[in-house]
Design a binder for this molecule. Structure first.
Ligand code: HEC
Length: 121
């Protein structure tokens, strides 16, 4: 009887460890900065230069604009529009509400790199 109880407790413990590990993965933290590939790292530099003053990328809190943490892991953007490359590109190039258009300072290459970085968040 004691043995059954003990193995029951052991199984429960194991199950909780597995659940914790799985839970951790589904919360999916951003890819660490030191693990970004060259394109993503370039995108991070663009983010720091062009977006960071208004958006947090790794903190789930608004700055001047909504946090971009997990922006492509959600189905919709802050406005309710679909979270797609096209929509984010249009937001950056043409602006959105209080967000200024940045097509004059973000070129095609910057935009591609930026999207690669945003997908790691
Ligand atoms: C001067 C401040 C400012 C800068 C710089 C800025 N944003 Fe924004 N951004 C905002 C504000 C404010 C909003 C919310 C606007 C709204 O929804 O009306 C916003 C919204 C967004 C949204 C959500 C759009 C939606 O449909 O909900 C995305 C995505 C975004 N910004 C990406 C970026 C990226 C990427 C950069 C850098 C290239 C950037 N922003 C630079 C202020 C800024």
């Amino acid at each position: 009887m004691r043995q059954v109880l003990a193995s029951g407790v052991l199984l429960l413990g194991l199950w909780m460890m597995v659940a914790a590990a799985v839970g951790c993965r589904s919360a999916s933290a951003p890819v660490p900065l030191d693990q970004l590939n060259a394109k993503q790292a370039q995108g991070h530099a663009v983010f720091e230069a062009r977006c960071a003053q208004c958006h947090y990328d790794r903190v789930d809190q608004p700055r001047n604009g909504p946090s971009l943490l997990g922006v492509f892991k959600k189905t919709t953007l802050h406005s309710g529009a679909a979270a797609t490359d096209e929509r984010v590109t249009a937001t950056v190039l043409r602006g959105h509400g209080a967000m200024p258009a940045m097509g004059n300072v973000v070129d095609e290459q910057d935009m591609q790199d930026l999207l690669a970085y945003l997908h790691t968040l």
